[in-house]
Design a protein around this ligand. Structure first.
Ligand code: NAP
Length: 674
């Protein structure tokens, strides 16, 4: 690969640093693949450009419009993925490693695009939780909302996943309406730079939504404010340094840290060598040691096994590790690639030497390059250590060798195992291999609070399990304590990290106007026609229909009971019903009330209402006895356009009795033609 100077994307244009460039070398043979530098950049101007150009443009779009951009970016990455695979090979990655990075990154964008469409409104404000009543007569209420931060997100990424590492942050950020400045780790920035080009060349991103720094971030942090976010992935040492930056502390700049992590795996006491869980455990450790040559923040660093099984586990692990072929992934049969650089190789060797103060190496030789590998590359054999005294050991619980390295340790009983897991002092993930639910409960209660994610693997889910080491866009990624205390992704939770939650207080009418959701107490609009005759576009929030009354008789209840088969005693047996603490005697079925309510509010002729789509938040508040009369009020509460043909309407449904008491409340969902 011919070396080239990586560029920065700044204030709408590509910029090459005139001097002060540093070489970036191939993990495979040490030859220069790029030069990198950001000398001469005006970092303050970059932050300002993001705030004044990117932010307003993104905030003018709705969540759905931003989601559409994400989909377009992901499509472009997939269409041009081979360009990225070619570059990624120089990071020492196998095809599978690169697949996790490149296609896994695009998949994360796809997930955010789809969640943005399905789970967020076609709006710019996000409502959080229910309306909170704050007054007796209901004229003063509260509502939490999220709005986009008006700053810039600075993403500082680790070297190991140059594409995924960028996209898992960029998806939630852009969906939140916040522009980003991305700073990839120098060692693999040539892959990130190309991915940024691919995204920019789609023309989908508003100006200022995305900028790139290849090289140092200079004085960027000096220019941050309380509307900005720093999202950092990397070592604990760098995180600490950045987090202690005076501006970050003074301005309360949000700082999300994903740091190194001494992730554990646990073999349950039930998982003896004849069980499928034993084999799954061994397989998973080897997979975690070798994928990406172990350079994964989520990789298994500490493996705890019942003390009587440690020899059997060691033997099985060594047999499997012996089959690993280390080398240039371009060569046939290679199953594990290289570390990112010879500097990283040195670092891993030094850390193994520290681990060896507590443990002994039982597989692999860290100091001899694996046979057939290029001496200028960053190749290392997988290294398994065994520590028989985990309680007196220190380094194995504190030092992360960011490579194909793991340590096997015994535990005496489950409480001992849990306490040993906790010695990681906070990790991204732990896994447990057991088929005994009681073991799972004990471990989750004892160790989950020390982890961002817990995988419980067994014979029932193993085939479809995504594995110990895979962060997923729908689930949170991050962990307490040593892991940084940060949280990313987790579906829409990740979007909220780039938004501000504000408690609004005011009248229902005003808050309805702000949130674009009708709420009880807000003005009701009389359109003069039944709201079911109104198209999605015509229907105004607050349009309402109140039905006439219907008396519910004992015959109705009996008919409904025999027709549906629901002859539960509360509807059929006067004495038994009266003995129940909730009922005065025989009462109408809840579903009868719903069915009669539908009969009362429906406008039957064909029209813009296409389908009943379901109901939410259903509560039966007061029983209905034979002779009671019910009526229903239906009010248009929220609208969410789904596509060019139809949209979802949420209706507030309120069923009351002859005394005006509330019998049932729910949100009815319909699909309405535009
Ligand atoms: P690192 O040396 O801490 O670097 C991380 C990022 O910080 C890089 O982009 C680096 O840029 C940048 N950086 C370093 N010093 C900086 C400074 N003074 N100001 C601004 N930026 C600075 O970590 P790494 O070696 O790339 O990554 C390996 C570590 O990351 C491991 O410990 C691993 O566990 C951790 N990691 C954690 C996660 C997670 O999600 N928790 C994921 C992946 C990796 P340069 O490359 O240009 O120095």
């Amino acid at each position: 690969m011919t070396s080239r100077i990586l560029q920065n994307y700044v204030s709408g244009g590509w910029y090459t640093a005139p001097s002060g460039l540093s070489p970036v070398v191939s993990a495979l043979d040490g030859t220069e693949v790029a030069q990198i530098g950001s000398g001469g950049l005006d970092f303050g101007a970059m932050a300002a450009y993001a705030r004044t150009t990117g932010g307003p443009a993104l905030r003018a779009l709705t969540f759905h419009e931003r989601a559409k951009i994400l989909r377009g970016l992901a499509d472009a990455i997939i269409a041009r993925k081979e360009e990225l695979y070619t570059l990624s090979a120089h990071t020492g990655a196998t095809r599978t490693d690169s697949w996790i990075d490149i296609e896994g990154g695009a998949a994360t964008l796809f997930t955010y695009a789809s969640k943005g469409r399905r789970e967020l409104p076609n709006a710019r404000i996000l409502v959080d939780g229910p309306v909170e009543g704050l007054s007796k007569r209901g004229s003063f209420v509260g509502q939490h909302v999220y709005t986009s931060l008006q700053g810039v997100a600075v993403h500082i990424n680790a070297f190991n996943f140059p594409v995924w590492g960028m996209l898992e942050k960029l998806g939630p950020t852009l969906l939140a309406g916040v522009p980003a400045i991305v700073k990839p780790a120098s060692a693999s920035a040539y892959v990130t730079e190309q991915c940024v080009r691919i995204m920019l060349e789609t023309g989908l991103l508003p100006k200022g939504a995305l900028q790139l720094i290849t090289g140092s971030t200079g004085d960027l942090l000096d220019h941050l404010t309380g509307q900005d976010v720093v999202s950092f992935t990397g070592s604990a040492a760098t995180a600490q340094k950045l987090q202690n930056h005076p501006v970050i502390a003074r301005e309360s700049v949000r700082f999300v840290a994903e740091r190194d992590s001494l992730n554990a795996t646990l073999l349950g006491p039930d998982a003896t060598p004849e069980t499928p869980e034993f084999d799954l455990f061994v397989k998973e450790i080897v997979r975690e040691m070798t994928v990406k040559a172990g350079q994964k923040c989520t990789a298994i660093r500490r493996a705890f096994v019942p003390s009587e099984l440690i020899d059997a586990v060691q033997e099985a692990l060594c047999a499997r590790l012996a089959k690993v072929v280390v080398g240039d992934p371009a060569q046939e049969g290679v199953t594990m690639g290289a570390l990112i650089s010879t500097a990283q190789l040195r670092d891993v060797r030094e850390t193994i030497a520290q681990l060896a103060e507590d443990a002994r190496i039982v597989f692999g030789d860290p100091n001899t390059p694996p046979p057939g590998t290029n001496a200028n590359g960053a190749f290392i054999s997988p290294v398994l250590l065994r520590c028989d005294a985990p309680w007196t050991a220190k380094n194995v619980h504190e030092r992360e060798a960011f490579g194909a390295v793991s340590t096997l340790m015994p535990y005496t009983d489950l409480n001992d195992a849990i306490a040993l897991c906790q010695r990681g002092a906070g990790s991204l993930v732990m896994s447990l291999f057991t088929h005994d639910p009681e073991v799972a409960v004990t471990v989750v209660e004892g160790a989950a609070s020390f982890h961002g994610r817990v995988l419980i693997n067994d014979r029932d889910c193993a085939k479809e399990s995504t594995g110990h080491g895979s962060p997923l866009p729908a689930l949170v990624h991050g962990g307490p304590g040593r892991a940084g205390g940060g949280e990313e992704m987790g579906g829409i939770r990740g979007v909220k990290h780039y938004m501000q939650r504000t408690a609004l207080q005011g009248s229902p009418g005003t808050l309805s106007a702000i949130t674009n959701r009708w709420m009880n107490g807000a003005p009701v609009v009389e359109a003069g026609v039944h709201p079911f005759r109104r198209t999605f576009a015509e229907l105004a929030l607050g349009e309402s229909f109140t039905s006439g009354q219907r008396v519910i008789t004992l015959d109705d209840i009996e008919h409904f009971a025999h027709f549906t088969g629901d002859t539960f005693y509360a509807h059929m047996d006067e004495a038994a019903a009266a003995a129940n603490p909730f009922f005065p005697g025989r009462v109408a079925h809840g579903y009868l009330i719903l069915s009669f309510a539908a009969g009362l509010f429906v406008d039957p002729a064909p029209g813009p209402v296409l389908a009943n789509y379901g109901l939410e938040n259903l509560r039966f508040i007061k029983p209905v006895s034979p002779g009671d009369a019910i009526k229903v009020r239906l009010t248009a509460k929220a609208k969410n356009q789904r596509n060019a043909e139809y949209g979802e309407v949420t209706w507030d449904a309120l069923v009351t009795n002859q005394d005006g008491d509330t019998v049932a409340t729910y949100d009815l969902l319909t699909m309405n033609a535009l």
